[in-house]
Each structure stands twice: as structure tokens, then as C-alpha cells.
Design a protein around this ligand. Structure first.
Ligand code: HEC
Length: 174
């Protein structure tokens, strides 16, 4: 009798422990190692910093590959690179993003959230400059139809796409 009672207590203890462990709030991931200064009107990064000319990159904070992309050197845009990017985009991006990546692709309309207009700098949620476009393309946007392209594309091809996307963007009014 006493043994059954002990068994019962043991079962209750195990169930209680399991409940506590499952309900315990998940530990937050630590903040990124490179502190990112928040965008304030007129803020510009110091020369030589990975944020120089890329001040909108903070919008991608918390997204996959954020730190890795900070380490990359941005290659200069050339007409040849833009042209290579155009061909890649026409084959891979237009079904969702539309012929000139203006957000009117046939397949894109079925997605939630739908792909935005990549020709409007102010419409970008995750930043529209080189680093940000590179990160969105190479690492994707979690929980959306924007899959990572790190597998089909090399780093060079991704920069070609970035230069093409940048060439389509209308002048910034930011
Ligand atoms: C299967 C559909 C699909 C394809 C193909 C696709 N995208 Fe996307 N893309 C999306 C969706 C959906 C979003 C919007 C995600 C959001 O709003 O959070 C997006 C967002 C983006 C963004 C970020 C825009 C922002 O708001 O900051 C960039 C940059 C981008 N795509 C580039 C590309 C490039 C370059 C290609 C081709 C290599 C491509 N995408 C192919 C669906 C797609």
C-alpha cells in the first residue's frame, strides 16, 4: 500500500516538473554582437564602418545572416554586373516580384505577405541598400514566401542581383 502511494507521488512529481519545463518562457537570443546605431534623422555612419552608406541596414536586424553580411565587402556596381543580375532576376525573381520587380508577379499575388515593389526605396521593410538587398536575397525572409537563395546562387551572383535591383530603384526621397 505504502509503495503504491510512493509511486503515485513520483508520477505527480514527474508530471509537475514536465509542466514547469514546458511552460517556462523560452530564453531570448542574445543581442547581435555589433551594436547597430538606430537610424535617426541625419545620422550617418563613420567612414570605414560596415554601415557607411548602408544606414538602413538596421531594418534587417534579427534576420538570418545579419552578422555575416556585415563582414562582406561590397563590390562596385558595373553595367556588366547589372546585366548578369537582370538575366538571373528574369529567370528567378519575376514570377513573384513581377517583370521589373515592381511587385506585380502572378505568383506573388497568392502570397501573404505579398512581395512589395522593389523599385520604391521607401517601400522596403528590410532595407533597400546593398547590404540589405544582399541579405534579403541570400538569406531570405523567415516566415514569408521569400526563400533564401544561398543555394542556387554564388556570392558573386547575389551581388549581381543586388546591383540590378539597385539599378531599378527610383531616386530616394529618404
Ligand atoms: C516565391 C516568391 C518569391 C520569389 C521567387 C522571390 N521573392 Fe523576394 N520576396 C517575396 C516575398 C513574399 C517578399 C516579401 C516578404 C515580406 O514582406 O516580409 C519578398 C521580399 C524580397 C525582398 C525584401 C523587400 C523588403 O521589403 O525589404 C527582396 C530584396 C527580395 N524579395 C528580392 C528577391 C530577389 C532578388 C529574388 C530573385 C532571386 C526574389 N526576391 C525572389 C517572394 C519571392
Amino acid at each position: 500500500m505504502r509503495q503504491r502511494w510512493l509511486e503515485l507521488m513520483l508520477v505527480i512529481c514527474v508530471v509537475a516538473m514536465a509542466t514547469i519545463l514546458i511552460k517556462r518562457p523560452r530564453v531570448e537570443s542574445p543581442p547581435p554582437a555589433t551594436p547597430f546605431p538606430r537610424l535617426t534623422p541625419g545620422w550617418s555612419a563613420s567612414p570605414g564602418s560596415p554601415f557607411e552608406g548602408q544606414e538602413d541596414y538596421w531594418k534587417a536586424e534579427g534576420q538570418r545572416g545579419f552578422q555575416n553580411v556585415l563582414r562582406l565587402k561590397i563590390p562596385e556596381s558595373t553595367p556588366v554586373s547589372v546585366e548578369r543580375g537582370r538575366k538571373l532576376a528574369e529567370a528567378s525573381c519575376t514570377p513573384c516580384h513581377g517583370p521589373l520587380l515592381a511587385g506585380n508577379g502572378h505568383f506573388g499575388k497568392t502570397l501573404d505577405p505579398p512581395p512589395g515593389d522593389l523599385t520604391r526605396p521607401e517601400a522596403y521593410k528590410y532595407g533597400h541598400r546593398e547590404r540589405a538587398v544582399y541579405r534579403s536575397t541570400f538569406y531570405g525572409i523567415e516566415g514569408t514566401g521569400m526563400a533564401p537563395y544561398e543555394n542556387p546562387f554564388t556570392i558573386q551572383q547575389t551581388w549581381d542581383l543586388v546591383h540590378y535591383v539597385r539599378s531599378l530603384q527610383k531616386p530616394e526621397h529618404l
